[in-house]
Design a binder for this molecule. Structure first.
Ligand code: ADP
Length: 257
């Protein structure tokens, strides 16, 4: 898995966020390359959401610099909003609207004129155009939320725990969708608590803890470094996982109402 471009599309320098006396983000710096799938990992409270929301222009920073595609959040937050897509929580949609109606609503909000059918086909939901949001399965709702992030043809999309709560089939289906989005030239930044997901999906990950980035590298390199340090795994690492068994037995087909 390699990134399609090597140019940096995001630069974060010495980013600090204080809530009162508490420093939630403690001077972090990192870059994201164009065409990368970049993972932001870390235990709860590490500062991931704060960092993401500052990049998304949804939260103010205390100090430091964030530049996306050459645009500084300080100088032109509106310019950044135009070139990014931010995944809404599924609770952010009107449950009673059909998918087509929802897309029309978002077209109005973003001043876009995307064809609902075309957008739905990008996430394999074209046959659900007339279904209400609330009648979709969890995986379909997440796919729809990702479709909406694409409505303004963004250069960068931010996905916050896109597969939380999904079954293994739906999770793998979303991985395919995320790879497909990257394939079309969009840079993806995601958070996840699933390390297997970060390992198979992300070109590079940053691990945050206590407001700092404590490691940043491709997952395979991090694992090699751990092994080189003389690490012995708690349990024997086998060539396949229980999830591989599960998928072999139950298949890849999506289980959706
Ligand atoms: P993560 O997304 O990694 O779980 P967050 O960025 O949500 O971490 O939070 C980082 C730290 O900042 C946590 O200790 C959290 O309690 C604190 N925090 C987040 N938002 C606020 C806020 N609005 N006011 C005060 N403290 C906050």
């Amino acid at each position: 898995m390699t990134a399609t471009g090597n140019q940096e599309i995001i630069q974060v320098r010495n980013l600090v966020k204080r809530y009162g006396d508490f420093e939630a983000v403690r001077g972090i710096s990192f870059e994201v390359k164009e065409g990368e799938i970049f993972g932001l990992l870390g235990p709860n409270g590490a500062g991931k959401s704060t960092t993401l929301e500052i990049m998304e222009t949804l939260r103010s920073k205390t100090s430091g610099e964030v530049i996306i595609d050459g645009i500084s959040v300080d100088e032109n937050p509106q310019g950044i909003k135009r070139i990014i897509g931010v995944q809404l929580q599924t609770s952010g949609f009107y449950p009673g609207l059909t998918l087509t109606e929802s897309i029309r609503l978002f077209n109005g909000l973003y001043n876009t004129s995307v064809d609902p059918k075309e957008l739905l086909s990008r996430v394999n939901l074209e046959d659900k155009a007339r279904n209400r949001f609330r009648d979709l399965s969890g995986g379909q709702q997440q796919r729809f939320a990702i479709a909406i992030t694409l409505i303004n043809r963004p250069k960068v999309v931010f996905l916050d725990e896109p597969t939380t709560g999904l079954d293994p089939q739906a999770r793998r289906n979303l991985w395919e969708l995320i790879r497909d989005i990257r394939q079309q030239g969009t840079t993806v930044i995601l958070t996840t608590h699933y390390m297997d997901e970060a390992e198979v999906l992300c070109d590079r990950v940053a691990i945050m803890d206590g407001g700092r980035i404590i490691a940043i590298d491709p997952p395979a390199l991090m694992i090699d470094q751990l092994m080189a340090s003389g690490f012995t795994p708690e349990k024997e690492v086998r060539g396949a996982s229980l999830e591989d068994v599960f998928i072999r037995l139950t298949g890849h087909a999506l289980r959706e109402a």
